[in-house]
Ligand binder design. Structure first.
Ligand SMILES: [Fe+2]
Ligand SMILES: [Fe+2]
Length: 174
């Protein structure tokens, strides 16, 4: 698969492959006309894979001896993102309530916090997904690239490094 526009490569193989996989899951949610149960299954997989991926990055931080603010800030962003995906999942799961009030509120909150281009053609659920995609792009080009820079500073050129220690059992697809 070619590199999607806007998704920056870090130069760390396992991390970049994870980003592509997450990207695919997001595109499935955005572009395919999924039934609600299918969308929920994809979102659950996305949450599981996101946790796994963040775990790998945090393991890398440990491996290169990254401490202090750069480590704390990065881990903090991961935690906020996981919370958002969890909230989103929870909202979709409890949508037995009339309409999508919870989702609409989340969309409004997101739009207040971030000057996102308005996406009027998308329903509230897809707008939340669009926000999550936007987050991933920003996070990858910011903190993940910084992590790659720290890794290079600590251990030398990325191309010469063996990142196989990051390979461990992936979460089972749901
Ligand atoms: Fe990442
Ligand atoms: Fe990250």
């Amino acid at each position: 698969m070619s590199q999607p526009t806007g998704l920056v490569r870090t130069g760390i193989g396992p991390i970049d492959r994870d980003h592509l996989h997450l990207w695919d899951l997001f595109q499935t949610l955005l572009e395919k006309d999924l039934r609600e149960d299918e969308a929920l299954a994809v979102l659950k997989e996305l949450l599981a894979y996101t946790r796994y991926h963040f775990g790998r990055e945090e393991r890398l931080m440990q491996e290169i001896g990254l401490t202090g603010e750069p480590r704390q800030a990065h881990i903090h962003e991961h935690a906020i993102f996981v919370k958002r995906v969890e909230n989103f999942l929870e909202l979709l799961q409890n949508r037995a309530a009339p309409k999508t009030t919870g989702l609409q509120a989340m969309v409004e909150e997101i739009q207040k916090m971030h000057q996102l281009p308005t996406l009027p053609q998308l329903d509230p659920a897809k707008r939340v997904v669009a926000f999550l995609v936007d987050w991933i792009l920003n996070h990858t080009s910011g903190m993940d690239v910084e992590l790659a820079n720290h890794t290079e500073a600590a251990k030398g050129p990325l191309a010469n490094q063996d990142f196989s220690f990051l390979e461990s059992d992936r979460p089972a697809a749901s």
